[in-house]
Design a protein around this ligand. Structure first.
Ligand SMILES: [Zn+2]
Length: 759
């Protein structure tokens, strides 16, 4: 791998006006004061560790501060001394770095690992800047979940992930070990779970077929099924793998040394096709198949299932020392239970209301078994609706069911916030996805006043279309940095600009370690660009030395396409595609930039007149359709005047908005506009489509340009949404900054469009 050096030192520590000195550390520490000078790391650092329970820190030092060797002694003397200290918030630490040595005082083992992570991030060129730090976490539960069922990740990959988690102060690893697509943990009493359930024919498996198609059409090696996970069985190539109990013990011990508790998830009674395939008698119909929405579940009417579940969890309890174990209990296809005589008999004998009650009964039975074995049960938030016992911990994921959070807390459950909207890291990324996570507050709305029942937050990676570790890392980073800040740092310290600068530094650190990440956006162009005679295209790269390839024939850039290394000049209509590559040759997103030759639009009016009023006229319609042009064909709710293009608080439900007026252009020029919306939006100027983001979609930015002469131009923006959307719109400034439309940008004629009823 290409070696990259970058400055990660006190030189990069900046003092932003009116704030304490801030660091390059992620997550941002509570308090850091720089003292000047450096501690120079020797080849071997004598480390005093008076508390013998801290001795497994040697593994954390090796993983998080690889620049030097630490020799740990049970003593209070050393160039580095690390000790347990009362009076520090749980999970927190204090650190003092001087020219002579380093003193770390930690509340507990987790705090000592977090201090080590900070130390590791501060080393540069073999030295650490002198400073004092006081630091403690916002939340005690700082989790990340990896799905190893849909695609399998090796022991070594899991360990790499754990190291990276520890360096960003995550302390819970939720391991989604079983699902319909693969059973990944050896259970000695039921060997067929892995003998059969860990392997599949990739040529017949939907997820693998999709990945192969993307790998080919997008020339993306991160979608090529990992060959190390393909073996020959009975003369046939099969894909998969599983962890032996020995592997599990090794990983759990390593996680423990890194201050990470491991939460295993064995998903029941749904998501269990692999159980049904091997032990069909445990399901209602005895056939492994798909139901209306989900796979055929296990049969809670069958006493054999309870025995199976207890046997499996008993082996799980012996492998995972942490107090919490996850039972899943999500997305259960209850239709099968309706026609199963055993399930119906159970509903009757237990006096349950219906199939929902049967699901709750199963969870309750298991919760009792967990408790008798000294374990706490965690379930996905579906367990709330069934009335799960309050001792169960709820993992809230359904972003579209925000009410479940408060209900869970009111019912006495502990809550882990893992919103599908903000903390599921598998979804597509764009230039706004990192800030979407960073700017969110996990307890801001719906949980205000209930924070003490929130254990913390957790991000997730589901792996249906994530066939390699490189692909996983592309989804996880840099968004996991934002999750790290949400989980650890004081939200009052948020500073998007400072965070974005740190992200670039940390992406380079990942690259040095050979880990993949999503390459930040290229910039310097819109989706649609215009020019009069010719245009010079100057693409801005996130890293100066980054390879960018491009095409001008409408095809996607491939590894054989020309390298973009200097500005391009074009003078006719052209569509360019750009694609950045990491130093390991992993491709980033593809950026499409259309260039249209055009002439300057004449204004409708040269200057303001008395007949015009400030702002835009907005018409609000009761709209359920899926295209902006249809908005005006439905019932009209009312009009209002607005300074910008956004959704006022009063406007709710099935929204269709039409903004009309004139945009005030101060001088001749080519102007760039954008919308950021969920769902569709567009901007037309003088009737011409400038920004087209129409159609139903999740949050998306689209941009376009117009060549405009000084004066007033007819402006129209449209937007629709069905379920809690977002709308931002404005100019893209020459420096790339987005500037929302504001007072002074627009004028409108009274009575220009619909005039009543007023809102
Ligand atoms: Zn049944």
């Amino acid at each position: 791998m290409k070696h990259i050096t970058f400055i990660f030192t006190v030189a990069a520590l900046i003092c932003s006006c009116g704030r304490n000195i801030v660091s390059d550390i992620i997550p941002e520490p509570s308090e850091i004061h720089m003292a000047g000078g450096y501690f120079h790391l020797p080849d071997t650092l004598e480390t005093g560790c008076p508390d013998s329970s801290f001795l497994s820190l040697d593994k954390a030092f090796k993983a998080l501060v690889p620049d030097t060797e630490f020799r740990l002694n049970v003593s209070d003397k050393g160039s580095l001394t690390i000790m347990k200290q009362d009076g520090i918030a749980e999970g927190g630490y204090r650190m003092k770095v001087s020219r002579r040595g380093i003193l770390i005082e930690a509340a507990d083992y987790g705090g000592a690992v977090s201090a080590t992570a900070t130390l590791g991030q501060m080393v540069s060129d073999g030295r650490i800047p002198c400073c004092t730090i006081q630091d403690s976490p916002r939340f005690g539960w700082r989790g990340f979940m990896l799905d190893v069922s849909r695609h399998f990740f090796s022991k070594e990959e899991v360990m790499d992930l754990l190291e990276t988690m520890a360096s960003y102060k995550f302390n819970r690893f939720h391991w989604h070990l079983t699902d319909d697509q693969g059973w990944r943990i050896e259970i000695r009493k039921y060997p067929e779970l892995t003998d059969n359930g860990a392997w599949r024919d990739p040529l017949a498996h939907n997820h693998d077929i999709i990945c192969a198609r993307i790998a080919e059409s997008m020339e993306d090696p991160s979608y090529v099924l990992d060959h190390s996970k393909i073996v020959i069985r009975d003369g046939k190539e099969v894909y998969g793998g599983f962890y032996s109990q020995e592997d599990i013990r090794e990983i759990v011990a390593y996680a423990g040394a890194l201050g990470i508790e491991v939460v295993p998830e064995i998903d029941m009674p749904g998501h269990s096709l692999k159980v049904v395939e091997s032990y069909p008698e445990l399901s209602c119909g005895g056939v492994a198949r798909w139901g209306k929405d989900f796979s055929v579940p296990l049969c809670p009417g069958n006493d054999g299932l309870l025995q199976f579940a207890k046997d499996v969890y008993s082996e799980i309890f012996s492998l995972f020392p942490f107090g919490y174990v996850h039972i899943g209990a999500d997305e259960v296809e209850q239709t099968h239970w309706k026609t199963c005589p055993k399930c119906q008999a159970r509903i009757k004998s237990e006096g349950l209301a219906d199939e929902n009650g049967l699901q709750a009964w199963f969870v309750k039975e298991m919760q009792g078994f967990f408790a008798a074995n000294g374990k706490k049960l965690i379930g996905w938030d579906e367990i709330v609706s069934g009335g799960a016992p309050s001792e169960a911990t709820v993992m809230w994921w359904r972003g579209w069911r925000p009410d479940t959070r408060a209900t869970a807390v009111e019912n006495g459950h502990e809550l882990i916030v893992s919103s599908s909207e903000f903390l599921y890291l598998g979804g597509e990324q764009d230039r706004n996805s990192l800030m979407k996570v960073y700017n969110w507050d996990p307890v801001a709305d719906g949980l205000a006043g209930l924070e003490d029942k929130v254990l913390g937050i957790q991000a997730h990676l589901w792996a249906e279309t994530v066939p390699t570790f490189a692909n996983a890392c592309n989804r996880i980073f840099p968004r996991l940095f934002a999750v790290s800040e949400l989980a650890w740092s004081d939200p009052a310290q948020k500073d998007a600009g400072h965070f974005n600068r740190r992200v670039l530094l940390h992406l380079r650190k990942l690259e040095e370690k050979g880990m993949n990440y999503r390459i930040p956006d290229l910039s310097g162009f819109c989706d649609v660009n215009v020019f009069a005679d010719s245009v010079r295209i100057d693409v801005e790269k996130p890293f100066e030395d980054m390879t960018v390839r491009y095409t001008a024939d409408g095809t996607i850039p491939r590894s054989s396409s020309p390298i973009y290394d200097s500005p391009l000049t074009i003078s006719s209509n052209t569509t360019l595609h750009f694609r950045p590559y990491t130093s390991d040759g992993m491709p980033g997103d593809i950026f499409r930039a259309e260039y249209r030759k055009t002439s300057y639009m004449e204004p409708c009016m040269e200057t303001d007149t008395d007949a015009l009023k400030s702002g835009l006229k907005a018409d609000w319609y009761e709209f359920r359709g899926e295209a902006c042009d249809s908005i005006t064909h439905v019932p009209f709710n009312g009009s209002y005047v607005t300074e910008g293009v956004y959704i006022p608080e009063e406007v709710k439900g099935n929204i269709g908005l039409v903004f009309t007026g004139y945009i005030n252009i101060p001088e001749d020029g080519i102007y760039s506009f954008y919308t950021y919306s969920d769902d569709g939006s567009y901007i037309r100027i003088n009737g011409e489509m400038i920004v087209d983001s129409d159609g139903p979609h999740s949050r998306m930015e689209r941009s376009g340009q117009a060549a405009l002469k000084k004066g007033l131009h007819a402006f129209e923006a449209r937007y629709f949404d069905h379920s809690g959307g977002i709308l931002e719109a404005g100019f893209i400034m020459p420096d790339g900054r987005r500037r929302l439309f504001e007072a002074g940008d627009f004028l409108h004629t009274e009575g220009q469009s619909k005039t009543s009823p007023e809102i």
